[in-house]
Design a protein around this ligand. Structure first.
Ligand SMILES: [Zn+2]
Length: 154
């Protein structure tokens, strides 16, 4: 009996895998893009809530406590995980361009609220609860153009 307990304890570290936010975010985005159009209004709200949750989780992995640093970390994270690109569209106006690899205009319907929620929660946790993020220009209306997300810090 004591031996069994000991061996179970020894096995434990192998079973506890680190949560992989990159895989989770990609999985969420793939699922959302595949289910575009379902329950439109509700689906968009759900996508934003899901983004918010994953953004809050991701914030725990980041170290920066200033906007430039957090955006740099997000940009590296996005690229490293093969999600897409995060770049400043207009840094003076706190506008970010956020892309998901290979997204179509249709994918954006569900992915944009997801991205908005994710970035907002990430910035809330890293900087201040007062931060809000809103998509001000959706590239989904024109092929190949970026979606712009405006960060507001009162
Ligand atoms: Zn968009």
């Amino acid at each position: 009996m004591p031996q069994r307990v000991r061996s179970r304890i020894r096995e434990e570290p192998a079973q506890l895998s680190e949560p992989d936010e990159g895989k989770m975010i990609k999985l969420a985005m793939q699922t959302l893009s595949e289910h575009y159009g379902m329950h439109r209004g509700r689906g968009k709200r759900a996508a934003r809530v899901l983004g918010h949750q994953l953004g809050a989780d991701l914030a725990g992995r980041f170290v920066s406590a200033d906007l430039t640093g957090v955006v740099e970390e997000l940009s590296r994270f996005w690229k490293r995980n093969g999600i897409g690109n995060v770049v400043w569209h207009d840094k003076d106006n706190l506008e970010l361009a956020v892309r998901y690899s290979g997204e179509t205009a249709e994918d954006k319907q569900m992915l944009c609220p997801f991205k908005e929620g994710l970035i907002e929660a990430l910035l809330k946790k890293r900087l201040s609860e007062q931060v809000s993020v809103k998509e001000t220009e959706c590239g989904g209306k024109r092929d190949g153009s970026n979606c712009i997300f405006k960060i507001s810090i009162p």
